[in-house]
Design a binder for this molecule. Structure first.
Ligand SMILES: NC(=O)c1ccc[n+]([C@@H]2O[C@H](COP(=O)([O-])OP(=O)(O)OC[C@H]3O[C@@H](n4cnc5c(N)ncnc54)[C@H](O)[C@@H]3O)[C@@H](O)[C@H]2O)c1
Ligand SMILES: O=P(O)(O)OC[C@H](O)CO
Length: 346
């Protein structure tokens, strides 16, 4: 294991090195952000064809064939080579695959590497957030585990459209270093210590985006979707604050910001999946049309279980989960939500 100091692009000693696992949509986009800031970036790709495309043609042939990637962004299928000397291990794989994959990669992680999760899912069966899984699997202390979350649709970020995000880490200095490592003229990261708020904001918004997609697919309009977004934020905030998140985080980029982006954009995989359901496709049919990670579909039950454990009412998450398990119909879903007993808004 190497014992190199964690450097940033501001240290002027050498560029930061980032290993990004894997070369999917968001891994590639955030990898480009890091490279644009001056870091040396290695993407870990599962398929040789993707690594070859990045190394020889500067394109990710599966996810962004139309985008030219910088020469300081390379790729490999060898996890040990990707992690060698990495200041940052940036994790961007489906949340449900994290535990097993990370167990295989962990022996190659340097003692000073800071692990950054980009994942927006909750583990099925355990209800754990990604940072909790990372800590359990690797034994890395909380101060070296960060989370980046916010309104960050990958295609918009990789095409350089202005966006912002929140980097959460209990170690302020580590958060600031990663902030410096991914701050570009088009990408503005903020910092916070509220890891729980960031991760829950990111995971629950996917379920709310499924609900918005369902409503949109059913032909319902903006009053309905605005109501789902607003009440979705209310139930997200209830759960997150019960788990010790700061309410301001949920009103910020990793909460409201991401919720609005995901619920509004046809680029969102979760919203799109919901739209398929709202148009009458079965869950199996909607899944068959989806080529990329749709975290809300896999996390909805885990989030609901977490809510039950903490005695938190999450009606939208509950209805989406019932629809995903095909326990209720679309018409019943609307009725269940609207015919709940009346109550004050706050
Ligand atoms: N795409 C976005 O706009 C976006 C933005 C912010 C956060 N995220 C989050 O980032 C995470 C990754 O999403 P994405 O959009 O990059 O997904 P993606 O489907 O585009 O890419 C997933 C990547 O993980 C790899 N992968 C898939 N299954 C795997 C498995 N079982 N084991 C190991 N690797 C596997 C794929 O090869 C691919 O490289 C998700 O948690 C998502 O919520 C995505
Ligand atoms: O495409 P989605 O639905 O996974 O959403 C992508 C990002 O999380 C938006 O910030």
């Amino acid at each position: 294991m190497r014992h190199s100091p964690v450097l940033t692009t501001t240290s002027r000693q050498r560029p930061a090195r980032a290993a990004v696992f894997s070369a999917g949509s968001w891994g590639t986009a955030l990898g480009k952000v890091l490279a644009d800031t001056g870091s040396d970036v290695v993407l870990h790709a599962r398929r040789g064809k993707i690594a070859d495309g990045i190394n020889t043609r500067r394109r990710n042939p599966r996810y962004f064939p139309d985008i030219e990637l910088p020469p300081t962004l390379t790729a490999t299928t060898d996890p040990a080579a990707a992690l060698d000397g990495a200041d940052y291990l940036v994790l961007s794989i489906p949340a449900q695959s994290l535990r097993n994959n990370l167990a295989a990669w962990a022996p190659h992680i340097d003692p000073h590497t800071v692990v950054v999760s980009l994942m927006k899912g909750i583990e099925q069966g355990t209800g754990k957030r990604a940072s909790e899984v990372i800590s359990e699997v690797t034994g890395i202390p909380a101060g070296r585990i960060a989370v980046l979350s916010g309104p960050n649709l990958a295609r918009e970020v990789i095409t350089g459209q202005p966006a912002a995000a929140t980097i959460a880490c209990p170690d302020e200095e580590a958060a600031r270093r990663f902030q410096a490592a991914c701050r570009t003229p088009y990408f503005r990261p903020y910092t916070t210590a509220d890891v729980i708020g960031c991760e829950l904001g990111g995971a629950v918004k996917n379920v709310i985006a499924l609900a918005v997609g369902i409503a949109t697919g059913m032909g319902l309009g903006h009053n309905t979707t605005a109501t789902i977004i607003t009440r979705g934020l209310a139930e997200t905030t209830r759960l997150a604050t019960a788990l010790a998140a700061h309410p301001a985080t949920l009103a910020g980029l990793a909460g409201l910001g991401d919720l609005v982006a995901t619920c509004s954009s046809p680029l969102s995989r979760n919203r799109t999946f919901g739209t398929h359901l709202g148009r009458g496709l079965t869950v199996a049919q909607a899944t068959a049309t989806t080529r990329q990670t749709t975290e809300g579909v896999k996390s909805a039950q885990a989030i609901l279980d977490l809510a039950h454990t903490h005695d938190i009412d999450m009606p939208i998450t509950s209805v989406v989960t019932a629809l995903l398990h095909e326990k209720i119909t679309l018409d019943e879903a609307a009725t269940v939500l609207l015919q709940r007993p009346p109550k004050p808004e706050h």
